[in-house]
Ligand binder design. Structure first.
Ligand SMILES: [Zn+2]
Length: 185
């Protein structure tokens, strides 16, 4: 009987999306499900009989012997796999939410820049990491420094931010409450 997509997912999750024989992970390898006892010899689709293996190891094209620690571990029962899968899903939703929030803040900061300077947008690819690192207030402060000096060039703003990243925030400009709390928003 074919292995269902959800069972594949559970086995891959249990084994950490890693080949149990050689330890390689996507995108270096394509993962498959290996039957410890082959189906042809009566092996079942019970989770205890299934291992994550890369294509090369699974099809015997690799020299790796099935002796890794992972293989000696007692497999996790399926009830726990469901819980692990649910936690993985929750974690993905959390990351997605966080990503959306970073995007929202980046747009806000960029709007501030365009409003004050009539200039083109700042590249979110460069802007977002600084927002994550310093928070809104510090990034806007860097923009204000550029605006006050009438250097209305995004590259100057990023130069200031890079200086702060490499040499530390100037303490005279900031109190210690500049970091936004992503959890609250
Ligand atoms: Zn492998």
């Amino acid at each position: 009987m074919a292995i269902s997509a959800s069972l594949r997912w559970q086995i891959f999750s249990r084994d950490g999306f890693k080949c149990c024989y050689c330890g390689k992970q996507p995108p270096d390898v394509v993962l498959e499900i290996d039957h410890l006892v082959p189906v042809s010899r009566g092996g079942t689709n019970d989770s205890e009989n299934l291992r994550t293996a890369c294509m090369a190891c699974n099809r015997g094209k690799s020299n790796n012997l099935p002796s890794s620690d992972l293989l000696n571990q007692k497999p996790i029962p399926v009830e726990n796999l469901e819980e692990a899968a649910e936690q993985t899903a929750q974690f993905c939703r959390y990351l997605e939410k966080k990503q959306n929030e970073i995007q929202r803040l980046t747009t806000l900061v960029d709007q501030y820049w365009r409003m004050k300077t009539d200039n083109a947008s700042l590249d979110p690819k460069y802007l977002s990491p600084f927002i994550v690192r310093f928070g809104l207030r510090a990034v806007i402060m860097a923009m204000d420094i550029a605006i006050n000096q009438n250097i209305l060039d995004g590259r100057y703003v990023f130069g200031i931010l890079r200086n702060w990243r490499d040499y530390g925030l100037p303490s005279h400009l900031f109190s210690n409450d500049i970091n936004i709390d992503m959890e609250k928003s």
